[in-house]
Design a protein around this ligand. Structure first.
Ligand code: ZN
Length: 273
């Protein structure tokens, strides 16, 4: 399965994140991974004009980019790629980007935005139903202190989630809350209770979700924090994160999942790194 990782700008350690994700995908034996690195913040006009990621030569595009808007031809090619059946998997701060790109906001459903940007979507822990908080009400995007937290699988029959324990303990990471956007057509695959004790909201916040677009699909996961210079890779090396990343790429790229739940997958009591 041909994967293209897009990086080059991010307030996070994008080089280390790409390296870790590339290694995870390669280790499954299912993927060939190419990386397309955009010009940096000081990139010249010429450098941007020369940067044209070849989305259509791949089956999945992994988003590890949080920075200035892409050139219009790149946006167009990205949308056409997904409309034509390509898959996209956006990781952690990838959903912070492109607040002004309307189609992008539809593709990610929820992004790192202020409360006035759009609705918030949380999950009713008992019924699994989506709960909407109207634009302007409640918290906007944020996260409490980094900590290890339980992820609750919501869509047990979805190929990405099939066979995963209902509750698994994710390694130390940021638990995003108050994500905002159109929040339409999203299937929430997993959520996590955001503990007020660690600065959270007391609600079940969406963790990984899927939005169909044309013949393709977009998976967004807010897991996977890694700063530049951060010594540990706990969030990215969590076996739970790795499994979801690999399966999301396989599913978005092919429509099916063959990658098994590995031995040593986290349990509801123990993380696994
Ligand atoms: Zn982060």
């Amino acid at each position: 399965i041909r994967v293209l990782i897009i990086d080059g700008q991010n307030n996070h350690g994008w080089a280390g994140t790409t390296k870790a994700m590339k290694a995870t995908l390669a280790a499954t034996g299912r993927f060939t991974v190419t990386v397309s690195t955009s010009p940096g913040k000081k990139g010249t006009k010429e450098a941007w004009a020369a940067w044209r990621p070849t989305f259509k030569d791949h089956q999945v595009v992994v988003g590890n980019y949080n920075g200035q808007p892409w050139p219009e031809p790149v946006n167009k090619a990205y949308l056409a790629f997904i409309e034509g059946g390509g898959g996209a998997v956006n990781v952690h701060a990838a959903n912070n980007s492109f607040a002004g790109w309307k189609e992008w906001n539809r593709l990610i459903a929820l992004g790192w935005r202020g409360p006035k940007f759009g609705d918030r979507v949380t999950v009713n822990d008992k019924t699994g139903a989506q709960l909407r908080t109207a634009k302007g009400k409640g918290p906007g995007a944020g996260h409490g202190r980094q900590h290890s937290f339980l992820v609750t699988v919501r869509a047990k029959a979805h190929p990405i989630m099939k066979g995963l324990p209902t509750w698994w303990k994710h390694a130390k990471d940021e638990l995003y809350h108050g994500q905002r956007g159109p929040g339409e057509n999203m299937q929430i695959l997993s959520s996590a209770w955001s503990d007020p004790k660690s600065g959270g909201t007391g609600e079940h916040e969406p963790i990984t979700w899927v939005v169909p677009h044309g013949k393709g699909n977009v998976v967004t996961t807010v897991l996977g924090h890694h700063w530049g210079g951060q010594k540990d890779f706990e969030a990215l090396h969590c076996v739970g994160f790795q499994t979801v990343l690999a399966r999301a790429c396989e599913w978005a790229g092919t429509g099916t999942v063959t990658i098994p739940v590995p031995k040593g997958f986290p349990t509801d009591k123990a993380t696994s790194i």
